[in-house]
Design a protein around this ligand. Structure first.
Ligand code: PXP
Length: 242
């Protein structure tokens, strides 16, 4: 199982003072050295954390692992992404007022638009991922629209309490099995932490997790290399890879 480390919140700290540190690109280099299998970042319309220049610099220095760009399906982002050429794009819904991405992309509603939107990315050899809720209809629509992979939104699981936790894991598992059978690659992410990652990592159909806030938060105490290594270790333990 691959671990994509989302570096957005390194930039959040920098933007709190509009200064030069901490540098998310430096964080990405250290994360890769510590075992990150991918670097993920979200260039938001409001540029609240990652800036365009971060993305361009990242593309120049990160060569050993893929770069996954999370973005809204807008014309502005398409132009930037086709210039930078990340290895994959993950299309997410984006609202200005939200604290973080809330809910998955409604591919059922947006199917025609997305089918057309992703054509140039596919022609450019960029992997296309849709970030969706673990719902069969969204998986069907993602396949029909031409996505290569879906990232299952684990936010509901992360927020669940008591019996709901098992129910959410069951939903994720069923969706992962269903999506894989349809020929989609299955990823997952959002709200995953050192405390809650294991049941998701245990779902064998899921081949990639993208984790940001928890890793970057704990980097304050442990350093980013140790924070990445500890998350990798948890994942490997569950997958029987150690
Ligand atoms: N995956 C997607 C599609 C996201 O939008 C985010 C948040 O940017 C993440 C994963 C990482 O979420 P978190 O920061 O909660 O780990």
């Amino acid at each position: 199982m691959r671990l994509g480390v989302n570096i957005d919140h390194i930039a959040t700290i920098r933007q709190a003072r509009r200064t030069f540190e901490p540098d998310p690109v430096k964080g990405a280099i250290l994360a890769v050295e510590a075992g990150a299998d991918q670097i993920t970042l979200h260039l938001r319309e409001d540029r609240r954390h990652i800036q365009d220049e971060d993305l361009f610099r990242l593309r120049r220095v990160i060569t050993e692992v893929p770069i996954n760009l999370e973005m809204a399906a807008t014309e502005e982002m398409k132009e930037i992404a086709l210039t930078v050429r990340p290895d994959s794009i993950t299309l997410v819904p984006e609202k200005r007022e939200e604290i973080t991405t809330e809910g998955g992309l409604d591919v059922v509603q947006l199917k025609e638009y997305l089918t057309d939107y992703i054509k140039e990315f596919k022609e450019a050899g960029i992997r296309v991922v849709f970030f969706i809720d673990p719902v069969f209809a969204q998986i069907d629509a993602s396949k029909e629209a031409g996505a290569d992979a879906v990232e299952l939104h684990t936010g509901e699981y992360a927020n669940a309490k008591g019996k709901d936790v098992d129910r959410e894991i069951e939903r994720l598992k069923k969706s992962a099995v269903y999506g894989k059978k349809k020929g989609l690659k299955i990823f997952a992410g959002h709200g995953l932490t050192y405390q809650n990652v294991k049941p998701v990592a245990a779902i064998k159909e899921i081949e990639e997790l993208n984790i940001g806030h928890s890793i970057i938060s704990n980097s304050v105490f442990w350093g980013i290399a140790e924070a990445v290594r500890r998350m990798k270790r948890l994942i490997k333990e569950v997958r029987g890879e150690v």
